[in-house]
Design a protein around this ligand. Structure first.
Ligand code: HEM
Length: 429
């Protein structure tokens, strides 16, 4: 027997739907004023942001200083073994072919078009600020270009870490970010499909922030411990010097280094901790991220201030006190994402970009490893570092110069290299 939907049912639910919409439009004269529904609808309809595009080509790769998108997917790839040289990854030619393919995919997808052999190009039309950022792990450069040294070293061991090899170092990193999870999923599928003949997907780490539009633009994110996280970050004025590489190695000017740390949070114990202790551990208020010495979020903490009993208001072992240095070199760009698994594992994908990890990042990490009240609840369970090449120009591919390969030719002449910024990603190195 076929079950039909009754006419009466349609009429009543239809009316309810219309009523519901009218309520959604607001209460101002929706019925009486003929011009009101359109005006109210325009007011109630949020702007469609899916068409927003972040340029793929330029001087620096997109996805680093790009205002963080709502979603990220980090793909940790290992090159497959070279059949001709057991123990070694695929050769330089193979890697170049892979990067050419992936750069082409990324340039098309980020512009809102399908990848070359895209079977679902409709899924690509809303990039929502999609960026695809590539990085090389230490083994790739050491084994394929032994004489080439941009200065990428594995991090030293830290006593507080409890590293799980499942989230460890990989040969390549592809960071896929967008404000729209569908764009991320589609781009990731296209990239992994093309990478499959060359690589194994060792891990995928998914991260998120609030959806774009949930908070006013410029609001600092909150991590899943509820803290305002990202208030003090590398100032734009210092990015030229402390973010982008200059003069380290051929083809690396305008590139940078990336640290990926998967940091698990003990939410069971955090839930048992009262608000005073929670705020004390960081040195900032949970409500608005302001320092415990008062003021607003972006006001300077007063590390000298004491309470009525003479104790420091911001504990010397608090996270902000330990993370801060008098040495202006010890700064980096933090660009973290939350993660939360259905199993209950919760944490932060801590991403830090810097021009020199040994000088800028390692001393801060070592200080926090030695003493940080926050360590009671947070533990790094994954860790990896990457050299992130500069961006490429149209027709070229990311990382080519670092691999020591000649530029592609267009009708007999080499593709021009940008010397001046060409896009929002093109701040001079
Ligand atoms: C899950 C782990 C972590 C959590 C929950 C966390 C949370 C926070 C919070 C709430 C702040 C204060 C607001 C702000 O300025 O952003 C902060 C500041 C900071 N954190 Fe973390 N953090 C974590 C791991 C790390 C790690 C691994 C590093 C570096 C090795 C780091 C470096 C910093 C720095 C440099 C600051 C700014 C300090 C300043 O005021 O000068 N954090 N973090």
């Amino acid at each position: 027997m076929t079950r039909g939907i009754g006419r009466r049912h349609l009429l009543t639910t239809g009316a309810a739907a219309i009523g519901g919409t009218a309520v959604g439009w607001g209460t101002r004269g929706v019925v009486d004023d003929p011009a009101a529904p359109a005006a109210a609808a325009a007011e109630a309809t949020p702007a469609v942001l899916g068409g927003d595009v972040e340029p793929f080509h330029g001087v620096h790769q997109a996805g680093i200083t790009t205002v963080p998108q709502a979603q990220t997917s980090l793909l940790g790839l290992d090159l497959l073994a070279d059949p001709d040289a057991p123990g070694a990854p695929v050769d330089l030619d193979g890697l170049a072919r892979l990067l050419r393919l992936l750069s082409d995919d990324a340039s098309r997808l980020t512009a809102g078009g399908g990848a070359l052999a895209d079977t679902e190009p409709e899924l690509a039309v809303r990039p929502a600020r999609l960026t695809v950022t590539f990085g090389f792990g230490p083994r790739v450069l050491a084994s394929l270009r032994p004489a080439y040294d941009p200065g990428l070293e594995p991090l030293p061991e830290f006593a507080q870490d409890a590293l799980d090899p499942a989230w460890g170092q990989t040969d390549l990193l592809v960071q896929v970010s967008s404000d729209d999870p569908v764009s991320v999923a589609h781009a990731r599928r296209m990239l992994l499909k093309d990478a499959a003949p060359f690589t194994r997907t060792t891990w995928v780490q998914e991260g998120f922030r609030r959806a774009r539009g949930s908070d006013p633009d410029g609001t600092t994110m909150r991590n899943l411990m509820g803290q305002v996280d990202g208030t003090v970050n590398l100032p734009t004025a210092d990015q030229g010097r402390l973010l982008w590489s200059t003069g380290r190695a051929a083809g690396f000017d305008g590139g940078t280094f990336l640290v990926v740390r998967r940091i698990a949070m003990d939410m069971v114990d955090w839930d048992r901790t009262d608000r005073v202790a929670r705020e004390f551990s960081v040195g900032r208020r949970l409500s608005d991220g302001a320092p415990l010495t008062g003021g607003a979020e972006h006001d300077e903490p007063d590390f000298e201030a004491t309470d009525a009993s003479g104790f420091p208001v911001i504990d010397p072992a608090s996270h902000v006190r330990r993370a801060r240095s008098d040495d202006p070199e010890q700064q980096f760009l933090r660009r973290g994402y939350n993660y939360s698994l259905p199993t209950g594992e919760t944490g932060l994908l801590f991403l830090a970009y810097a021009a020199d990890l040994a000088r800028q990042f390692v001393p801060v990490q070592a200080r926090l490893d030695e003493l940080d009240l926050l360590n009671e609840w947070v533990t790094a369970i994954g860790s990896a570092v990457y050299a992130v090449p500069p961006a490429c120009v149209e027709g070229d591919f990311v990382g080519r110069e670092m691999l020591g390969l000649p530029p592609p030719t267009v009708s007999g002449s080499a593709v021009p290299t940008p010397t001046t910024p060409t896009s929002p990603n093109g701040d001079t190195p």
